[in-house]
Unconditional design. Structure first.
Length: 122
């Protein structure tokens, strides 16, 4: 079974081009160092038809404003051990960049991240 790092973040609409550029570079770097897959997904249909179910939608969960976009992103690895090795190399790669190059185009307080064991794979 694979291992997945998952992210949810809020990007202001005005910063989407900057974030997309950053994400494209990140995708190449993670894949270069061994990630199996890398996806950055911008919310498109975030008003779920709850059909009577009590559900917390992404806009409410993230406290996003109408001027924001919500992203769900994930990176797939062979295992947690391989994830740790890949991320160590990725962090070393990005540590070499100047601080001005790494300005985040989103509010890190509205960023959530976690590692997940895959339980079902098709």
């Amino acid at each position: 079974m694979t291992y997945v790092d998952g992210f949810v973040l809020v990007v202001p609409k005005k910063n989407v081009p900057t974030y997309r550029k950053m994400a494209k570079e990140a995708s190449k770097v993670w894949k270069q160092f061994g990630a199996l897959d890398y996806k950055e997904c911008m919310g498109d249909d975030l008003k779920p038809d709850t059909q009577g179910m009590q559900m917390l939608g992404f806009p409410k969960l993230t406290k996003a404003k109408p001027t924001d976009t919500i992203w769900f992103s994930f990176i797939v690895y062979k295992s947690k051990k391989q994830r740790d090795a890949v991320n160590k190399k990725v962090m070393a790669y990005f540590a070499k960049k100047s601080p001005g190059e790494m300005k985040m185009p989103f509010d890190m307080r509205l960023f959530s991240y976690g590692g997940f064991k895959t339980e079902v794979e098709a």
